[in-house]
Design a protein around this ligand. Structure first.
Ligand SMILES: O=C(O)CCC(=O)C(=O)O
Ligand SMILES: [Fe+2]
Length: 364
């Protein structure tokens, strides 16, 4: 038995190769503090796995992006005194001096628009982690109904939370990715297998390593823009299959939950953002399996090129580094991201995601 825990711990993944530890713990069991380790700072958000928890199949819903009604000047979000630092021309902005928890409806509309424009926004010094689950969910729900993850750790009574957790005793990378990989980068867009995949996604850190553990992001708009007009023409009208099956199989194998039967969904390979009108690649290594209508080799060839193009595009990628109180917001429709497990094995990292769903992808 691992010290500090009351039962064996095994691992699973979220987003296929990128997720949280799965704990074979009953709902009542919690990590026990040891003398050296006081346990997670926010035990309420310790990942919870209940194999009996079941969700019905997802139903389509009407969705209008709140960014459409936002004031383009963003007077509530970018009020006087707010410090704005862009990470790169294409993606990523850091904001200091504005509290997400204090934003009005207008401010949250502006946040959706700003995130769509900048793709990734890193909010510093937030009280978000301390405002309680109901208020956190209420804020995220402003952007759309929150996805309840079929396999990853959630919070007891709050399936809206998706928990990312690692500590000395739970290292998913050791077990899942093992020693067979030379790096642990796993680009993906969250739960892209959903018929209505997520948009303005909130990710707040609770415990972080002193150094390392950044999340890396790439702009799928710029990845698309870099392609030649001829190549863009070839992509026009193509669709690809996004699958939840490997994730569900992996969880089943580990005796983890499969709260909803896995779905496979076709999405356009190039989608258009409903607010900015920008076109973006919408394929990702985590979930995109096959180009519809292509033979196996053709599909592999095309997807390999696109995945390579995105993963090698350091000139349209950035890192989001964490500090206590950081909340990262990304537009999941126009970005891919990956965890960076570069910190020591005995270091705790704990974060929580709220994942509002949006429109059925609009073909570009
Ligand atoms: O842990 C990270 O940095 C990212 C985790 C992730 O991909 C997610 O929660 O969507
Ligand atoms: Fe993710």
């Amino acid at each position: 038995m691992a010290p500090g825990l009351t039962e064996t711990v095994t691992q699973t993944t979220d987003d296929v190769t990128n997720g949280v530890s799965k704990l074979k713990l009953s709902s009542e069991q919690k990590p026990a503090a040891t003398t050296e380790d006081k346990g997670p700072s926010y035990p309420f958000y310790y990942p919870y796995f209940d194999k009996e928890e079941k969700f019905p199949p997802t139903e389509l819903f009407e969705h209008t992006d709140v960014g459409l009604r936002a004031d383009p000047k963003k007077p509530h979000l970018l009020a006087e005194g707010v410090k704005v630092k862009n990470f790169s021309p294409y993606i990523g902005t850091e904001l200091r001096g504005v509290q997400i928890s204090q934003l009005t409806k207008e401010g949250l509309d502006e946040l959706a628009l700003f995130t769509a424009e900048r793709k990734l926004v890193v909010f510093r010094d937030q009280d978000f982690k301390d405002i309680g689950p109901d208020r956190q969910i209420e804020i995220a729900r402003h952007f759309g109904p929150i996805q309840r993850h079929p396999t990853s750790g959630n919070v007891k009574g709050y399936p809206e939370f998706h928990v990312v957790y690692r500590d000395a005793n739970h290292n998913r990378f050791k077990e899942y990715l093992g020693g067979d990989r030379a790096n642990h980068t796993s680009w993906h867009s969250d739960v892209s297998y959903e018929k209505q995949p997520p948009s303005t996604t909130l990710f707040f850190i609770l415990d972080q390593p002193e150094l390392g553990g950044d999340t890396i992001f790439a702009s799928q708009v710029e990845a698309y823009n870099r392609l030649s007009p001829e190549f863009k023409k070839r992509l026009e009208g193509l669709r690809a299959v996004h699958s939840a099956v490997p994730q569900a199989e992996f969880s089943r194998k580990r005796d983890g939950p499969v709260r909803r039967e896995p779905v496979e969904t076709e999405h356009p390979i190039v989608r258009q953002h409903p607010v900015t009108g920008e076109k973006a690649l919408y394929i990702n290594q985590g979930f995109t399996k096959h180009v519809v209508g292509f033979k196996v080799e053709e599909s592999e060839y095309l997807l390999k090129f696109l995945f390579d193009h995105i993963s090698k595009g350091a000139d349209f990628q950035v890192r989001a580094p964490y500090e206590p109180g950081t909340v990262v917001v990304w537009d999941n429709r126009v970005t891919v991201h990956s965890a960076t497990p570069d910190y020591a094995n005995d270091v705790r990292r704990h974060a929580v995601r709220l994942t509002p769903q949006a429109e059925v992808p609009i073909p570009a």
